[in-house]
Design a protein around this ligand. Structure first.
Ligand code: FAD
Length: 433
């Protein structure tokens, strides 16, 4: 159910209650519509009481309402700027804060400290709608939300009160620090150490983290480090002496957000910043990723939906051999397969989100299956959307190549899709799925 804070934000944002466009209807309004070739009219989605919009089918009234809010935010505040943000590698912190003002900064956190108090299924619906406008923006938002939800779920009252109000407004941003140069898929082998400082209750953290999304800009770092009692989760603040950041990595996609190495040299962290108990860090890190994987899957669905709509519009408009591309059965079958993959991905993501909401014993396996399937299938949808565009799809004048680039990394991060298979197989052996 949509909570009070989100409802208030929604009312402010939607304001006039003007009819909200379906994502498909937004196609013709894209700034790139004017470039090189004119985009055709958006696909007709007028059938049925939800406008033929499969993304809304089966949702509660509340979920439809805030999905519409997120879709409108994506259309107005994200899509018009996506191409520039990607080209200029611009991290739009101001727009993240606008999103947070709608209740999107700490979606699943309790309301007491500024969270929106929604569930994982609600969050998946929201992230899908946002990613339709910008995959990379939404993907960073999911990571920030994941950090907030760790503090909300495993932190102390004092930590919640100290960190969550500013994080939920996104006045402060958060990053998740698990991967290291020599510890990727084998995350439990991490080498960053946290030793007790004699005569104090502090820890001193030393080590290096790799590929950290938001690093350098984020204010709060959720760091997994090895203590005497096992892997432990720490909240490290950006101004801590000894905390340093590498140069932003040059990447294929996700260019809107910085990805950097994080190094720690005897970074003092008070005991009060330990999340959970000493030795509980790996469990916390993995629990966070269950939700993270569903969220990344939702981002893939949103991006693929956008790419498919672009391909549909292009196939209607572009003529070869005297007729529109959509007149060829090969194109029709391609679009049909893409739509089928998209819908299967959406259903798996939402099912896994519901399993996590319900605390189902197989939630981890469902999340891994959804992430594995949706990220691969949706990348393929974007890749085929590019193919439908022919040579034009390869040009930056058209947005499909950016979506394809942005979606590629979803098969790699938050656990590679090979590691998802390892998790699924283990859960099967344990009869959890
Ligand atoms: C843009 C970007 C942003 C990221 N953001 C973050 C972040 O914010 N925080 C964070 O902590 N990390 C982040 N990561 C890191 C990401 O989670 C890791 O890259 C990922 O977990 C894989 O680790 P690796 O790159 O070391 O690959 P490796 O573990 O070296 O794997 C290399 C290949 O071997 C395969 N492989 C490894 N082990 C097995 C096995 N047992 N069975 C079968 N195949 C196997 C892998 O699937 C992969 O194909 C990010 C990465 C990228 C690219």
């Amino acid at each position: 159910m949509l909570r009070a804070a989100a409802r208030r934000a929604l009312a402010t944002f939607v304001g006039c209650k003007a009819p909200l466009p379906t994502p498909a209807a937004a196609v013709g309004a894209q700034p790139w519509a004017s470039s090189r070739r004119t985009m055709a009219t958006a696909p007709d989605t007028s059938a049925g009481d939800d406008g033929g919009d499969a993304a809304s089918f089966g949702l509660t009234e509340d979920q439809r309402e805030f999905r519409a809010m997120a879709a409108q935010f994506a259309q107005n505040e994200l899509a018009p700027h996506s191409a520039r943000w990607d080209a200029e590698r611009h991290f739009p912190v101001d727009v993240l804060r606008e999103a947070a003002s709608l209740g999107l900064g700490a979606i699943t956190c309790r309301e007491e400290h500024g969270g929106t108090g929604l569930g994982r299924l609600d969050a998946a619906v929201l992230f899908e709608a946002l990613a339709y406008g910008d995959v990379s923006f939404t993907a960073y938002l999911t990571i920030h939300n994941m950090c907030c939800s760790v503090i909300d779920r495993f932190g102390t009252d004092a930590q919640r009160a100290h960190f969550l109000p500013a994080l939920s407004r996104m006045d402060r941003l958060a990053s998740y620090c698990l991967t290291e140069p020599n510890s990727g898929s084998d995350a439990a082998s991490l080498a960053t150490s946290a030793r007790r400082v004699a005569g104090t209750s502090d820890y001193a953290l030393t080590g290096a983290k790799a590929f950290i999304s938001g690093a350098g800009v984020s204010d709060v770092y959720l760091v997994m480090a090895r203590t005497e009692g096992g892997i432990t989760c720490f909240l490290v603040e950006r101004d801590a002496p000894g905390l340093n950041f590498g140069k932003p990595e040059h990447k294929l996609g996700w260019n809107l957000q910085p990805t950097c190495a994080v190094t720690m040299e005897d970074v003092r962290v008070p005991e009060a910043n330990v999340v959970g108990t000493e030795g509980q860090g790996f469990k916390i890190a993995m629990a966070a990723l269950d939700g993270g994987r569903v969220n990344i899957g939702a981002c893939s669905v949103g991006g693929a939906h956008f790419a498919l709509d672009q391909a549909r519009a292009y196939a209607k408009d572009r003529k070869q051999f005297g007729k529109p591309l959509e007149g060829f059965q090969a194109t029709q079958f391609a679009l049909a397969d893409m739509a089928t993959s998209l819908q299967a991905s959406r259903l798996m993501v939402r099912h896994a989100a519901a399993a996590l909401d319900a605390g189902h014993v197989g939630g981890t396996g469902q999340a891994a299956m959804a992430k594995r399937f949706a990220t691969d299938a949706c990348f393929e949808v974007a890749n085929r959307a590019l193919q439908v565009h022919g040579g034009y799809g390869y040009l930056r004048d058209y947005p499909v190549e950016r979506v394809m680039r942005d979606l590629r990394v979803h098969s790699i991060l938050e656990g590679t899709n090979e590691i998802m298979r390892v998790i699924i197989a283990r859960q099967m052996q344990e009869n959890k799925i």
